[in-house]
Design a protein around this ligand. Structure first.
Ligand code: GLA
Length: 555
């Protein structure tokens, strides 16, 4: 403990009081001021490590570690801790009043701009009785009050990485034969999710008709965690009074329930992670009746090396724990696509793996994430899926054309369809997008063949995918800012030898014997001439399913 804070000062004053009495006679104020490490202006020196504890209102606290350096009235330093990097911070300390703001690094790309590290945090308050009473405006513009006390550098350091299991290929758990479909709390509710919200979302999943279309998982994302009991068992926070009862409720609706954790000590929202408790947590989830786990790297990224081998071992540890938990649990890997997770995710027991940073409810981000997936499409296969993140359909940041593009693209990619909106208050338009059975059928196609680029014409990109019944899905996407015409020749679809589809068909003319259907207009379209061509609105899509007439792919 340095003697520059008030508590330390008082302790030292107690120890040194006999000397102080004499010293005061000799040099009075000057020595006292040196011992208290006050500045020339009479202020304390805030230099050193602090932990700011901010109550979240759910019985838990967010701990933020600050390393401050004071020079005159000016403060510099960093927010430090379990994250992979320190975030620079700067501000002032004047007349007992503290102002600090984080200076987040510029994200190299929107894809990199994920999480807390890239948001500017402001801290304002006073220094009193050796503590900093600070008010924080977090990145969701919520005001939170907390108290910072001095701590040591040691408390800010990540724990040493424990040994990881030797790599081995875990057996396939037999789950998620088609891409998982459901709902997740994060995109709409983030830290505001609670028991009542989850129950009402399960109700809405059924009453809206979504469950009949295959949406079955109700997934609780980050911020449900409380801490650990005396035996080290994970317990939920006040927002979730009884996880087992909640799981029973969701099951009573014919649905399944998912939960969230991290291989690190802290989740991305700073809640309790599974670090060192992997097997124990897997057993707890099984005892509650959990059916799906999203396992998010978060603070583990600051503890372990993020090489492919280490990440695989880290996820294998939980994958194995889930497989030994006695309950079938879908394992969803979330490490943002680092270290080519699509190459080893299945070996670690993964049923799906995030391939990108976080989605946002805007065109630029969705477009960037969605169209970055083509090269790895071949890694998706029954039981093991590329996950370009959850859906934003219905959250309000994109228009209907853009949401139709989102849904069409995710379906062509065989991506998990995990809705992220409020299912209780969907507009008819939102329902028509999320609940388009013909588009869902593309996503859930049992053949799970990779989507391919058919052609690129300026801002138009045409993707296609052969389907299990011999038909073909074609998406004509307009990524540009103005409406544009896209076209392809019927013969370019290569019914026949290269894909062994329709090889017995005598197509005669290029379009002969074909049936085509527009999956957003829900109508057959004429198949004539050599080419199909359509005007596609800005950011929009025309999605077709084309089959050979004799196959009768469309009943
Ligand atoms: C990360 C994940 C998100 C969400 C949050 C929760 O950012 O990528 O999907 O789970 O953590 O804190």
């Amino acid at each position: 403990m340095k003697i520059c804070d008030a508590q330390g000062w008082r302790r030292h004053v107690r120890l040194l009081s006999p000397f102080l009495a004499a010293a005061c006679c000799l040099s009075g104020f000057f020595l006292l001021s040196a011992l208290s490490q006050t500045s020339a202006a009479g202020q304390a020196d805030l230099s050193g490590y602090w932990v700011l504890r901010t109550p979240r209102g759910d019985g838990t606290y967010r701990d933020t570690y600050l390393n401050l350096k004071q020079s005159g009235d000016s403060l510099t330093g960093a927010i430090v801790g379990f994250g992979p990097r320190a975030i620079p911070i700067g501000g002032t300390f004047t007349d007992g009043k503290v102002h600090l703001a984080s200076l987040p690094p510029a994200a190299s790309s929107p894809a990199a701009a994920r999480g807390f590290s890239f948001f500017r945090m402001a801290y304002d308050g006073v220094y009193q009785d050796g503590k900093l009473k600070l008010q924080t405006e977090n990145f969701r513009h919520q005001i939170q009050q907390g108290i910072a006390e001095r701590t040591t550098r040691g408390a800010t350091l990540p724990p040493a990485p424990p040994p990881l299991p030797a790599l081995r290929d875990l057996p396939d758990n037999g789950l998620a034969r088609t891409p998982p479909m459901g709902w997740n709390s994060w995109n709409k509710f983030a830290g505001k999710v609670d028991d009542a919200t989850v129950r009402s979302m399960a109700d809405a999943m059924v009453s809206s008709g979504m469950s009949k279309l295959g949406y079955v998982y109700i997934n609780i994302d980050d911020t449900w965690e409380g801490g650990r009991d005396a035996e080290g068992n994970i317990v939920p926070n006040k927002k979730f009074p009884n996880m087992k009862a909640l799981a029973d409720y969701v099951h009573s609706k014919g649905l399944k329930i998912g939960i969230y954790s991290s291989p690190g000590p802290k989740t991305c929202a700073g809640y309790e992670g599974s670090f060192g408790h992997e097997m124990q947590d897997a057993r707890t989830y099984a005892s509650w009746g959990i059916d799906y786990l999203k396992y998010d790297l978060c603070s583990a990224g600051g503890i372990y090396k993020t090489s492919p081998e280490v990440l695989q071992a880290l996820y294998q540890k939980m994958g194995q724990a889930l497989q030994e938990s006695g309950r079938p649990i879908v394992f969803s890997l979330c490490e943002y696509g680092d270290a080519d997770v699509w190459k080893w995710g299945a070996k670690a027991g993964g049923n799906l793996w995030r391939t990108t940073g976080d989605i946002q409810d805007n065109w630029a981000r969705m477009d960037k994430i969605g169209f970055s997936q083509l090269d790895i499409a071949g890694y998706a296969r029954p039981g093991h899926w590329n996950d370009p993140d959850m859906l934003e359909v219905g959250n309000g940041g994109m228009n209907a054309d853009e949401y139709r593009t989102h849904m069409s693209l995710w379906s062509l990619l065989s991506a998990p369809l995990i809705a992220g909106n409020d299912l209780r208050s969907m507009t008819e338009e939102t329902k028509s997008i999320l609940m388009n059975a013909e588009v869902i059928a593309i996503d859930q196609d049992p053949a799970a063949k990779p989507v391919k680029l058919l052609s690129k014409q300026g801002d138009i990109e045409i993707l296609w995918r052969p389907l299990a019944d011999g038909s073909v899905a074609v998406g004509i996407f307009n990524r540009g800012e103005d409406s544009a015409t896209g076209s392809f020749s019927w013969s370019s679809l290569k019914f026949g030898s290269s894909l062994k589809f329709g090889s017995s068909l005598n197509l005669g003319t290029p379009s002969g014997g074909l049936l085509a259907r527009d999956l957003w207009k829900h109508q057959e379209i004429p198949v004539t001439g050599d080419r199909f061509s359509a005007v596609v609105p800005r950011h929009g899509v025309v999605l077709l399913r084309i089959s050979a007439a004799s196959h009768g792919a469309r009943e």
